[in-house]
Unconditional design. Structure first.
Length: 118
């Protein structure tokens, strides 16, 4: 089974930073493609950063390039998303996801809320 547990969301002012983490198992981190998605109010869930096409081949959507950094810490079994220079448009529920067949992602965490507001 694949277990994904996100943490690190919260309220931040525009221009601020947050770091999201996704705790999982060593097998998931080593053998599955992993990625971050987000869902804003009234919108569908969208890919933002991670192994969209293949494991350990990170990609980013244009909206977050240069501001968000995706990384894996295999010693701690964590996948992270460092988010800098946040804007109100980044407000969303952020999900950690894993896949054995990217770009089809079928394993999901419970999500963590990120709110960017002054």
């Amino acid at each position: 089974q694949v277990h994904l547990v996100e943490s690190g969301g919260g309220l931040v002012q525009p221009g601020g930073s947050l770091r999201l983490s996704c705790a999982t198992s060593a097998d998931t981190l080593n053998y599955l493609a992993m990625a971050w998605f987000r869902q804003s109010p009234g919108k569908g869930r969208e890919f933002i950063a991670g192994d969209l096409w293949a494991r350990d081949a990170p990609a980013y959507v244009d909206a977050v390039k240069g501001r968000f950094t995706y990384s894996k810490d295999k010693a701690r079994n964590l996948m992270s998303l460092q988010m800098d220079n946040l804007t109100p448009e980044d407000t969303a529920v952020y999900y950690c996801s894993a896949s054995s067949n990217p770009p089809k992602f079928s394993y999901w965490g419970q999500g963590t809320q990120v709110t960017v507001s002054s």
